[in-house]
Design a protein around this ligand. Sequence first.
Ligand code: HEC
Ligand code: HEC
Ligand code: HEC
Ligand code: HEC
Ligand code: HEC
Ligand code: HEC
Ligand code: HEC
Ligand code: HEC
Length: 465
Amino acid sequence: MKRYRGLWIFLGILGVLVPAGRGAAAEDAAVNQPKAKEFRIERSMPKEAVACLDCHRRESPGIFTDWAYSRHASANITCLDCHQAEEVDPDVSQGHYKQYERSEVPYSTKEYRVPVAGVVTPKDCSRCHPDEAKQYERSKHANTVEIIWKIDPWLNDGMNSVGERISGCYHCHGTVLKMKDGALDPETWPNVGVGRINLDGSKGSCTSCHTRHRFSVMEARKPEACGQCHLGPDHPQIEIYMESKHGDIYTAFGDQYNWNAAPGTWTPGVDFRGPTCASCHMSGAGTVLTSHDVTERLSWETQAPLTVRPSDFAAFPAKTNWEVEREKMTAICMQCHGKTWVDDHYSKLDLVVQEYNDMYFTPAKKVLDQLYEKGLLDKTRFFDERLEVEYYELWHHEGRRARMGTAMMAPDYAWWHGFYECKKRYNNYMEEARRLLETGRKAFRAEDFPNATGPTTKPAEVFGK
Ligand code: HEC
Ligand code: HEC
Ligand code: HEC
Ligand code: HEC
Ligand code: HEC
Ligand code: HEC
Ligand code: HEC
Ligand code: HEC
């Protein structure tokens, strides 16, 4: 989708000359009919853009008002800049042309008619935000559809259904967008998952953290923006964070933080006194630059079955050196802490990672391999035998909680939801495994495993034909 190249620069300059739409929109809110910026629309925008604003102001005040309060509106970036498509783009809304045929609105002549698409991708944003889009593109967020199809047994063994995938997995990870009968396929839309594969080939959706149409940095800096996906039994980062001292401080003082500091200037101590997810993983501080690549600053893959360095993660090896990345994270911590405090925190994390790998994961994996070798467990499907589920939860649930609880300072997750549960699971798992090995009896197989109907072909859009 190629749009008005260069226009935004021109409009941006005009935007400096005319006041922002905030005041006007706020006054109008009283009559529940936002009318912001009409005076300026006429002078500084193409007539097609005026049409979008004027009609949508009445038809969808929720969208219009959101936009009117955004930085984009202040900079005169309009609906047209993001939604205008080429006639030939596959995702042009055919239904929308009818809006220009309505007799009761003044836009029924040809000069206003513009092809629009509902989908706005990182490629569209990259016209004006190239750095953010480039960083995002190399992150695990953007590439997660590839990663999950490389390693996940739910998908590769078809152990769940399309309905279960689109309401669950893909809601967070992202769908592969498709057209069906001239419109977006409801099996793939709506969706703002972090790794959505778009029709223009770009990956991800910037609205995962900056919801439209405010596109606010304030929202993305708050832990709740991450917590919508980073929660639950297998990756409870928001719960871990809220349990940590950093989360306590956010709860106590968050309403005093300066959430709206200009991009790249959100300063520890000055603007906030306890870090959020964004402060540690994304926002710049000291000599460390802001990054939209959340894979930066990490020294371990604590979500993986066997904890490895990010560069050794086979499904998606990071092009990073863990020592350099740890230095970056350390520099963030040291905006508020001394070096000993931070180094000693990391030595605790390294110890826990080692103990988890050696004492829990490695022996459990060894026994699982033996059971497969001897034919006591069946390899054709996963999750249909009890030991497979036990093994999975050992690393995927409590094993992660133990490691991540330690990484982010939450002792209840490290121990009670973590290692304590690991011990319990491990003992039950070993008891059953030994019984099978000693008796030579095959494990019970859940033949009628429900709803194991999902397709097992990897998406061609990512893996090729
Ligand atoms: C005359 C009124 C009118 C004008 C002018 C208008 N729209 Fe719309 N638009 C609507 C209405 C009503 C809907 C909701 C019905 C629908 O989704 O088709 C809509 C829907 C949309 C959608 C969602 C489409 C989808 O398939 O999800 C987008 C995006 C959109 N408009 C953008 C624009 C842009 C950009 C412009 C200016 C180039 C514009 N509109 C001009 C009335 C209008
Ligand atoms: C900065 C880019 C940007 C601007 C400016 C913008 N939009 Fe959007 N719009 C988006 C994104 C992103 C989405 C979410 C779609 C997606 O995830 O691909 C969206 C979604 C929509 C939708 C579908 C939402 C739904 O819930 O059905 C409509 C309709 C729409 N925009 C209309 C407008 C109108 C009208 C304007 C001008 C007042 C506007 N947009 C300005 C980026 C933009
Ligand atoms: C036509 C150019 C243009 C496009 C396309 C565009 N933006 Fe922007 N965006 C800007 C400009 C200019 C600013 C700075 C406004 C300011 O500083 O007042 C901005 C600011 C922002 C901000 C910072 C807001 C804040 O609270 O400080 C975010 C976040 C953002 N854009 C996200 C997006 C996303 C996501 C998309 C795609 C859906 C997008 N932009 C598309 C021009 C654009
Ligand atoms: C609530 C949102 C959400 C849902 C639903 C969800 N995931 Fe995830 N998934 C995540 C997050 C967040 C992570 C990152 C975990 C981490 O790094 O700590 C993740 C991690 C993963 C990983 C590990 C990737 C890696 O780099 O090792 C796989 C594989 C995966 N998910 C597959 C799935 C599948 C398949 C489903 C559905 C059966 C699913 N997920 C459902 C949010 C979700
Ligand atoms: C995982 C959450 C997340 C996603 C997804 C995301 N952002 Fe951001 N974005 C943030 C955070 C957090 C900040 C605030 C950084 C700071 O404190 O200055 C931010 C800031 C920005 C800014 C302000 C300038 C800057 O670099 O600080 C722009 C522009 C922006 N994002 C654009 C985008 C675009 C374009 C995309 C899609 C390619 C995107 N964002 C996707 C979290 C996200
Ligand atoms: C829409 C869902 C979603 C949102 C919102 C989201 N994430 Fe994620 N995040 C994921 C998924 C899915 C993964 C797993 C990607 C993979 O490994 O395949 C992930 C992985 C990560 C990772 C691990 C990266 C790696 O290389 O191992 C970090 C760190 C992360 N997210 C931080 C954040 C932060 C910080 C925010 C908020 C500013 C955020 N995420 C918002 C879904 C989300
Ligand atoms: C005090 C800083 C800090 C805060 C706040 C924080 N994290 Fe972390 N996070 C870390 C550290 C340190 C690690 C371990 C990094 C390493 O691998 O060396 C980590 C690990 C992770 C991982 C695991 C990545 C992997 O692949 O192993 C994810 C996902 C994550 N954080 C997401 C979040 C989310 C979401 C939030 C907010 C709810 C958050 N973090 C809050 C510092 C923080
Ligand atoms: C914006 C400032 C800030 C940043 C950045 C920050 N912290 Fe903290 N942290 C604090 C404050 C304030 C406390 C509370 C200290 C106290 O107990 O008085 C704290 C507490 C802690 C604690 C004690 C937890 C407890 O429950 O006793 C640890 C450990 C810690 N931080 C480690 C880190 C690490 C590691 C990083 C970087 C990954 C980091 N912090 C980043 C401000 C910060």
